[in-house]
Design a protein around this ligand. Structure first.
Ligand code: ACO
Length: 278
């Protein structure tokens, strides 16, 4: 199935990536995205998330795994705090300037946030498995980006903080649903409203990390998971992820029906392959 959805058809240029503080490497079935603004502790801007959306829109069809990591010893310090100043960052749209001078109404601001959220939402597509490889801090938008991924593999020094409420904001980059789905509403309230750090060991206990490994083993652990994921039949992987994603919203009967329908598709395709081979 084609990955590219509506919108951009040309892949982001090196210049666009660099201005967004991102690096992108696509090799075979694996795309690796690195948040790369080490001088700002990998803080991200609106441009970072719009470019992430662009990467998602133009991902080569045969990519099955997307890995997100931070350059150096930190995943991300979250949003670039300059985005909340009237001047914004590097000529980018400030999140408050339009409200301050009356040039942006609520609809404008919502539409802008929706554009930014698009950078996170594509990471759930059934055609890929997204992996956050987290070293050091993942704060605010950084935590939400890790939450946007299917899997989180953490180095022992990783720490998550949902800082937004402490700054007078809400987490609005698609993180609240996966957080509640994983830890439950009560723990999510506690984590968000205290803005405390969740260290790697606790993240593992809470289900916020699939795996926690020593720092020096992070890259190898990610490669092992990639190899295991790629060893699985690609079409079955897509169909299974789609099935699992709808389970929480379905009744048992609806889910059983969805399983049957998906399996008919799988059996038909396996039978056709046998017929073609025989
Ligand atoms: N936005 C802009 N600049 C940042 C950010 C950020 N989010 N985080 C760090 N920087 C800058 C610092 O201002 C500093 O710049 P300078 O060298 O010009 O003074 C540089 O990166 C290094 O930062 P330090 O604080 O010196 O690095 P340290 O390793 O001591 O601490 C940490 C790292 C813990 C990430 C700290 O920088 C921090 O708490 N940053 C702010 C985190 C934050 O509140 N993010 C917003 C969350 S809400 C959201 O994301 C929607």
């Amino acid at each position: 199935m084609a990955q590219a959805s509506s919108g951009a058809s040309e892949r982001p240029t090196e210049d666009e990536l660099s201005r967004a503080g991102l690096e992108l490497k696509v090799e075979g079935h694996v795309a690796r995205i690195t948040i790369s603004r080490p001088e700002r502790r990998n803080a991200m801007t609106g441009r970072t998330w719009k470019t992430l959306a662009h990467i998602g829109q133009t991902l080569p069809e045969d990519v099955r795994i997307v890995v997100l990591a931070g350059k150096g010893d930190i995943f991300s310090a979250g949003i670039d705090l300059g985005m909340f100043t009237p001047e914004g960052v590097d000529g980018e749209r400030s999140l408050v300037a339009g409200i301050l001078d009356g040039s942006a109404d609520a609809d404008d601001v919502e539409a802008y946030i929706a554009e930014l959220q698009a950078g996170f939402l594509w990471l759930r597509r059934p055609e890929i498995v997204s992996i956050a490889a987290v070293r050091g801090h993942a704060i605010g938008a950084g935590f939400q980006l890790a939450l946007a991924c299917d899997l989180r593999i953490l180095a022992g020094d990783a720490k998550f903080t949902m800082k937004e409420p402490a700054l007078g904001l809400v987490p609005d980059l698609t993180g609240t649903k996966p957080l509640v789905d994983i830890v439950g509403v009560n723990r999510a309230v506690e984590i968000c409203l205290t803005a405390r750090r969740v260290e790697a060991a606790e993240a593992r206990e809470l289900g916020l990390a699939e795996l926690v490994v020593p720092v020096e083993e992070l890259d190898g652990a990610v490669d092992d998971v990639i190899a295991a994921l790629l060893a699985t039949n690609p079409e079955a992987a897509v169909a299974t992820k789609a099935l699992l994603q709808q389970a929480a919203g379905n009744t048992l009967e609806q889910q059983a029906r969805a399983e049957r329908e998906a399996q008919v598709g799988r059996l038909t395709s396996l039978a056709k392959a046998m017929g073609a081979g025989g």
